[in-house]
Design a binder for this molecule. Structure first.
Ligand code: ZN
Length: 372
């Protein structure tokens, strides 16, 4: 009911505005085009931002994979370093053992072996044996020295390898730090792209909402314009509230629109009556027509004005149903209120499919609204 009032106000405005309505519709069409262009631009921006984000995410994935690889490399390197540390420990133990046993031998030779040392030499039975023994003693100390140097070399070498590994590890750690920095930077870019996308999506959805509104407004304006040109055509029968009608008769064609009321009017299509004796219900051909009240069928006939028509007698009043395409009752038949008696057509003097409905009192047509 509220909606109907708004429509009426708009319609009144449209009728007064006249040409203004036409201009208004054109402006709305431009607004709609503008909104559609805007939506298309926003969609492009959104697609571009999404593509950029996809690219950034792909880069980020690459960085994360590199980080995983570097982390694996670091772990392997640290394992090598740990092994090298064990190796160094072992080498240092070897070095130390050699040093200790060498010290013991020297100490033994000096403390207990000095005599023996000399004895060994002096017991030599020849110069050759003496030289051989001296050489032997010399060799023992040389062996100790060589062994010690050798163990020291091993320790140095392992320490060198360990330093090399530490250096490699430091490089890997630095690489990982760089990757982490890149990851943080990329993540920031991805985040900002995501929020850009969210705001673009929200703008696009606003524009789409506006397009829907404009389309609805344009449709409503077109409807109002058509209604302004065809008064009454679009008033749904169900919306019509009879003013002062007795309610004795029921709606003979509920699936229709009231296209013309009883009374004076312009001749529709130049062939309709100017003094309209009934009420017109515009509906598609074949739409059912119902008896407005219980009664007896008194006429089923056809002529060039009424087309196929039916008259039902209700005692003090009668109802007429004209321009029918088919009729399903016959003269003398009793019908109940709301019984399907015929279908809508455009037979006789008619500009289009409709039911021309008349109510007669004492043989004279009256406004059907008095009884509806
Ligand atoms: Zn009519």
């Amino acid at each position: 009911m509220v909606k109907k009032r708004i429509v009426s106000v708009l319609l009144a405005g449209a009728l007064v505005a006249g040409m203004g309505l036409q201009v208004n519709v054109t402006v709305k069409a431009d607004d709609l085009q503008d909104a559609q262009n805007k939506a298309s631009q926003q969609q492009s921006a959104l697609d571009a931002a999404q593509a950029e984000k996809d690219q950034l995410v792909a880069q980020l994935d690459g960085i994360v994979k590199d980080m995983e690889q570097t982390q694996a490399d670091i772990e392997a390197k640290q394992e090598e370093i740990a092994k090298k540390a064990d190796e160094l420990d072992a080498a240092k133990i070897d070095e130390n053992n050699q040093y200790e046993s060498m010290k013991l031998r020297i100490q033994y030779m000096y403390e207990n072996g000095n005599g023996q040392f000399l004895e060994t030499l002096l017991e030599s039975k020849s110069i050759a044996e003496f030289l051989s023994n001296a050489e032997y003693i010399n060799q023992i100390s040389e062996y100790d020295r060589n062994m010690l140097v050798e163990f020291q070399d091993i320790v140095d070498k392992v320490e060198e390898q360990q330093q090399e590994l530490e250096k490699e590890n430091a490089e890997l750690e630095e690489m990982q730090t760089n990757l982490q920095t890149q990851q943080t930077e990329l993540q920031t870019l991805v985040d900002s792209k995501s929020s850009e996308i969210a705001s673009l999506e929200s703008e696009l959805s606003e524009t789409n909402a506006k397009i829907s509104q404009l389309q609805a407004a344009a449709a409503e304006q077109a409807r109002l314009q058509e209604e302004a040109q065809n008064p009454g055509k679009f008033t749904p029968v169900d919306d019509y509230t009879p003013s002062g009608g007795t309610g004795r008769l029921q709606n003979p064609c509920p699936a229709a629109y009231i296209s013309s009321e009883f009374g004076g009017r312009q001749s529709p299509g130049g062939i309709g009556s100017t003094n309209h004796k009934g009420r017109d219900y515009a509906a598609a051909s074949g739409t059912p027509i119902f008896a407005a009240a219980a009664g007896t069928v008194t006429t089923v006939a056809n002529n060039s004005v009424r087309g196929n028509y039916v008259i039902i007698n209700h005692g003090d009043i009668a109802t007429l149903y004209q321009h029918c395409s088919t009729i399903g009752v016959s003269v003398g038949q009793s019908v109940g209120a709301g019984q399907n008696i015929a279908t809508v057509g455009s037979t006789g003097a008619s500009t289009g499919p409709h039911l021309h409905f008349e109510v007669h009192v004492g043989g004279m047509p009256v406004d059907p609204r008095l009884y509806l």
